[in-house]
Structures are given as C-alpha cells and as structure tokens.
Design a protein around this ligand. Structure first.
Ligand code: TRP
Length: 342
C-alpha cells in the first residue's frame, strides 16, 4: 500500500481456540488465507484462550496449546512484522467489554445459537457453564474491540457473526455510534475440508472419536499416510469431482488435492482418468506431506527457543492492547461510566 494513498486499510480480526490439534482443514480454510491476505488488511490474529474454557479443559495443557497455536500461525506464514498476533486473555479488555455487552444482549438471542445447542447437548444439563451460553458475546467483544471491518471465519461461524452485528447495532442505537459493523468473510465451499472417516461432516480439530478423523498440521509423514490410506471412499471407481453425498469421500480427496496443488479440476480429472482410488490416495499423501514439511520445519525452528514466540506475543499484546483499550474507553464513556481518577 503506497503512503500517498490516504485511505486506511480495512481491518480484519480472527482467532482459533487452543484446544485440540490444528488440522489441514484449519490451514486450507483459515491460516493459509489469513497469511495470503495479511498485506491487504490491517490484521489481528488472536489465540482465543478464554473461549477454550467454555467446555471442560485441562489446565496442564492450556498454556502449551496456546503457544502451539501461536507458533502455528507463524509457521503457516503469518508475519509478525505485518500482522498483530496475540493471546486473548493477555488483553483484559476482552473480558471487560464482554461484561458491558452482556448487559445489552437479550438472553433469547443466545439460547437460539445452534453451536450452543449442539455443545450443550454433549454435556450433562447441570454442568453446562454460563460461559458456554456467553461464548458469542465474548466473540463479539473480540471483534468489536478492534473495530474490525471483516472477519474471516468458517461457514459454521456465520451465526456468531450475525449476533455480533446485532449486538453492535443495538449498542450503537442505545448509546450512540461506537462500533464498526463487521462483515463475515466466508471462504468458498471448496475450502471446507471434510473428515476422512466421515466425509459428510466437517474435519474438526477436537473430534476424538477416531484417530483417522483428521490430518493434523504436526503429524509426521507416516501418520499422514496411514490416515489418508484409510480414508472412507465408496465402492465405485470413477475419480471425478461430484456433489453426490455417496461419493463425498472421493470428492473430499480431490478437493484436498485441488486446494494444495492449485491445479484446475479438468487437469486433475484427466490426470486421474483410468487410475484407481489407491493412486488418488497416494497422490494426496504426497501433496499433503509436501505442504506440511516446510510448516513443520518452521514450527520446529520457531519453538526451539520458546522465549522467541513469547517475545513476539509480548509485542503483539502491546499493539493489540493499544487498540482494544481505546475502544473500551470509548464504550465506557458512551455508557456513562465515571472515569477512573488518577
Ligand atoms: N468461535 C470461533 C471458532 O470457533 C473462534 C473465535 C473466537 C473467533 N473469537 C473470534 C473467530 C473472533 C473470529 C473472530 O472458529
């Protein structure tokens, strides 16, 4: 962006929870796109560790997972000199704005969220935490604190973006113009990687039902191979892109191949013409491992000295806090709070 252009770059903010293991789906649908677009926006990427405790979690793993996700952001190409990378809980304004927004968010909006209903159904009624219901308000605070114009998220987060807009509009209406109304940036459907063991469901980083569900970014090559060779296909033999749910497994492998090679569908179909599912799987293993090798190399370099990531996160926190605190102050003023005395 040239300095003669006085128009401000649009802002984006996104985040990933430090739970489970980041998958090739997170890379294709999120991290690689964030990295590619980071020069076109003023970008903020956080590790949403406050969200990670809305379901039961293990305190012994939370800190290490938080560092791991931050390091994977960088290993996937997010440049800390270009984008602001930080940990959500290190910027207390996220918690504070959540409280202010809680008080203007009708509880009925939260009971209607499909993610709340799905996650609540997985727990005993009596042990569903208040935080799970409040998850979307915390997410709204994440976004609104940075006055983000756009939020790159998966299709499953569309409803959370809508409630964020509703909360922002309600606040602006009640107290005067304060927050930018953000828009969702949802990647095209080809960027939605399906589970290897169940190709009609999304590949999830926290699904633990089978070890053949997902390819993780830190999987060694032989594990990638084992997982892909076991991927669910069908009893046919045609290697073609298709929307037929019966053929979702082969389609998923083809879309993985397409995303990772950037080749056209025509070229891919003609390459695999008269080949069998076994050769498709072998080819997918190969491109996956070619993609993962440099990411893992960078990850190992970045984490060989843990103080390196920590110092980058300290820098990111300082920059994030500057923006977040100024928005929080504006929101407090709009709501009529007495300013603290010095
Ligand atoms: N709920 C998001 C997800 O599961 C994670 C998230 C939390 C987020 N805060 C955010 C995404 C703010 C974008 C912006 O994917």
């Amino acid at each position: 962006m040239s300095s003669s252009n006085s128009k401000k770059r649009r802002r984006v903010l996104s985040g990933v929870q430090p739970s489970g293991n980041l998958t090739i789906g997170n890379y294709i649908g999120a991290l690689s796109q964030w990295a590619r677009e980071q020069h076109n926006y003023e970008s903020f990427f956080c590790v949403v560790d406050l969200h990670a405790i809305t379901m039961p979690h293990d305190p012994a793993l939370l800190g290490a997972k938080t560092r791991e996700v931050a390091a994977l952001y960088l290993a996937c190409g997010i440049d800390p000199d270009v984008s602001t990378v930080f940990v959500q809980s290190h910027v207390p304004a996220h918690s504070e704005l959540t409280w202010l927004l809680n008080c203007i968010t009708p509880i009925g909006w939260l009971y209607r969220m499909t993610q709340f209903k799905d996650k609540a159904a997985k727990q005993q009624q009596e042990s569903i935490g208040m935080g799970l219901l409040d998850y979307p308000v915390l997410m709204a605070a994440d976004i609104l604190l940075y006055q983000a114009d756009a939020v790159p998220v998966g299709e499953d987060q569309r409803q959370h973006l809508e409630i964020t807009r509703d909360i922002a509009q309600r606040f602006n209406h009640l107290f005067g113009d304060t927050f930018t109304i953000p828009e969702a940036l949802i990647p095209p459907s080809g960027a939605r990687v399906k589970a290897l063991d169940n190709p009609t469901a999304k590949m999830s980083k926290s699904e633990t039902s089978s070890e053949y569900h997902a390819v993780y970014l830190l999987d060694p090559p032989d594990r990638v191979k084992k997982k892909v060779m076991r991927a669910v296909t069908d009893s046919g033999h045609e290697i073609r892109f298709s929307g037929d749910p019966e053929r979702a497994g082969v389609n998923n492998l083809l879309e993985l191949y397409e995303s990772l090679t950037g080749e056209s569908r025509e070229a891919i179909e003609s390459f695999f013409e008269s080949k069998g599912y076994g050769s498709l799987k072998k080819a997918v293993v190969e491109v996956l491992n070619e993609t993962l090798a440099p990411i893992q190399q960078r990850y190992n370099d970045l984490t060989s000295d843990s103080s390196y990531i920590d110092s980058l996160l300290a820098r990111g926190t300082a920059r994030a806090a500057e923006v977040a605190n100024s928005t929080l102050e504006l929101a407090r003023n709009r709501m009529g709070y007495l300013k603290p005395f010095s």
